[in-house]
Design a protein around this ligand. Structure first.
Ligand code: PEP
Ligand code: MG
Length: 580
């Protein structure tokens, strides 16, 4: 038995078998061959190309007609590259003249293509080298037998272990057999972890070195509460985990009994508890968990794993299905928040040195005016079906807010002229997740219809701690006094201007922070929907008066550790039973 410790990224306990996905470490060895071996190497190359083509064609046939068939063009592109005879002819010639093995020769062909592509001026065409790399990597893996590039589950209960799993991977994987995730990098608030929670896949991140150990196929327990991964568990550990899993499931089931009761404190302070969603199926689960709407719909998921941006009509239909799932409750649709760790295929920021500080979120939208307007029009059209709010991500100051609102007004006029219905009074709010927006909150509030704090990014940028870096987990401190001061400042600015102050970062769903958020006077908390029952359960046992006292005491401390130890003491003495 071996226990690995990492970061608890998505709750739950699962028992399954490990499948290693080692896409990062394809190592190609080049070695000399005799002249008499060249023909055999060339045949090996030909067979690998044909096998790769057959595998891609069969994948294409499997996906055709499924919900993924929008993405078939990616496979078509790869098939076209494989069909280009030059790839075979040039590599075969390297084998023959250079007398080296097929893998080495293919690697040399790739290097040659890389330098040819690097010289191309057009950024979009230059980046097409990615497709060539993917195809050559597939052929190399076929030759070396390391066919791990697609995250495909084995039959049964598979736990995927990989150096990195991207949000795009999670969307693409067949989740009917994959029951848990383990990664070497990433943190609790990285988007892959957020998606793992959305799909209720227990996950542990930051488990160093797990993919370099020969553990493929080993029985494993993933404990997404403790952040542990136990490989080859002993019987006693196995039984203990099963018992903990049952206890957890029973507690969750019990908590659901209060799902239809109001989210109200003992002294009558009501909060809106809403869900964060990524795909339309999640809209239903928000209501099943007792949420009263969606406080954050991350629309960027619709833009991932494809090269073309979705057209207005497709966006309209997707947002409309989310609206119908959530009705009669309000739906807050956030405009495209791409960039950072949510990369879109074929976009320029793929090559940025520092994507977290790059062309992302509202900056990207304002740069692509026409695409942005398509999204705004789609959202406006959905607003005719029920209560819909629009939310702009990563607003850094008034200029961006005004430019975004001007485009929204332009779209309204266009729709009005065309006689297309929409809600003329649709609320347009902003996410506060950049320190400059905190400092400008008093000036932003009169021009926004609501504020929603994205604590994941706000903490990242306030403390200069990469939210996805597993080595910095201890520095990502929601209770840092600088963060608490920011939260207070934003609520005060919002309430002075008479608008709602909401939180939709991960902090909203963690019961430890509830007394603080309640004491500060937030109107709405939006979280992964599975967290709603527990937060509501605790909220219904608190008083706002008590929370105000707690928050006043917290503001006297000067370090996150002091705040945390005080808060935990308060929780133990007042609400121990609710927090276990
Ligand atoms: C946040 O930053 O807190 C947030 C809710 O947005 P995202 O996690 O999608 O960046
Ligand atoms: Mg954010």
């Amino acid at each position: 038995m071996r226990v690995f410790t990492g970061i608890a990224a998505s709750p739950g306990i699962v028992v399954g078998r490990l499948k290693l996905v080692d896409r990062q470490r394809l190592s190609v060895t080049e070695y000399p061959i005799g002249a008499d071996a060249a023909a055999a190497e060339i045949i090996r190359l030909k067979v690998a190309i044909e096998t790769t083509r057959a595998a891609l064609e069969s994948l294409r046939a499997d996906l055709d007609g499924t919900t993924c068939d929008d993405h078939l063009f990616i496979i078509d592109t790869h098939l076209l590259i494989l069909a280009d005879e030059r790839l075979f002819v040039e590599t075969a010639s390297i084998i023959e003249t250079g007398l080296i093995n097929a893998e080495g020769a293919l690697n040399r062909t790739l290097q040659k293509y890389r330098s040819t592509f690097e010289a191309i001026e057009d950024a979009y065409l230059r980046e097409r080298i990615n497709d060539v790399e993917t195809v050559i990597e597939k052929i190399l893996r076929t030759m070396t037998g390391e066919n791990h590039d697609v995250i495909e589950p084995e039959e049964g209960q598979t736990v995927i272990a990989a150096h990195e799993i991207t949000p795009a991977d999670i969307l693409q994987m067949d989740r009917s057999h994959i029951i848990g995730l383990v990664t070497e990098i990433g943190g609790r608030t990285s988007h892959a972890s957020i998606l793992a929670r959305a799909f209720q896949l227990p996950a542990v991140a930051g488990v160093e070195g797990i993919t370099s150990l020969l553990l493929d196929g080993a029985p494993v327990i993933v404990d997404g509460f403790e952040g542990t991964v136990t490989v080859n568990p002993e019987r006693a550990t196995f039984l203990d985990s099963l018992q903990r899993k049952r206890r957890y499931e029973y507690r969750e089931f019990e908590l659901l009994k209060i799902k239809d009761l109001p989210a109200e404190t003992l002294d009558g302070y009501r909060m809106q508890l809403k869900g964060n969603v990524e795909i339309p199926e999640e809209g239903v689960s928000v209501l099943n968990y007792g949420g009263t709407g969606v406080g954050l719909y991350r629309t960027e998921i619709l833009f991932m794993n494809r090269r073309e941006m979705p057209e207005e009509e497709e966006q309209f239909l997707t947002y409309a299905s989310m609206q119908m799932a959530v009705a009669p409750h309000p739906l807050t649709i956030r405009t495209l928040d791409a960039g950072g760790d949510k990369l879109l295929d074929g976009m320029p920021h793929l090559t940025e040195q520092n994507p977290a500080l790059g062309v992302r979120a509202i900056r990207l939208s304002l740069n692509m005016r026409d695409e942005f307007k398509k999204q705004l029009r789609a959202i406006l059209r959905v607003s005719s079906l029920g209560t819909v709010r629009i939310m702009f991500p990563m607003i850094s100051g008034l200029d961006e807010l005004r430019r975004a609102k001007a485009l929204l007004e332009e779209c309204k006029s266009e729709l009005a002229l065309a006689g297309v219905p929409f809600d003329r009074h649709i609320q347009a709010g902003i996410m506060i997740e950049i320190p400059s927006a905190v400092l400008m909150a008093d000036l932003l509030a009169p021009e926004a219809d609501f504020f929603s704090i994205g604590t994941n990014d706000l903490i990242q940028y306030t403390l200069a701690v990469d939210r996805s870096n597993e080595h910095l987990a201890e520095f990502f401190q929601p209770l840092h006094p600088a963060v608490l001061r920011s939260l207070r400042r934003v609520v005060e600015a919002a309430h002075t201007a008479g608008i709602d102050a909401c939180i939709c970062g991960e902090m909203a769903g963690d019961p430890l922070y509830l007394p603080i958020l309640l004491g500060l006077g937030f109107d709405e908390l939006s979280m992964g929907s599975a967290s709603i029952p527990r937060v509501k359960h605790i909220l219904r046992r608190c008083t706002r008066a008590q929370a105000i006292v707690i928050v006043a005491a917290c503001s006297t401390f000067s370090t996150a550790a002091e705040v945390e130890s005080y808060l935990k003491g308060e929780i133990t003495s007042h609400f121990a039973e609710s927090f276990d």
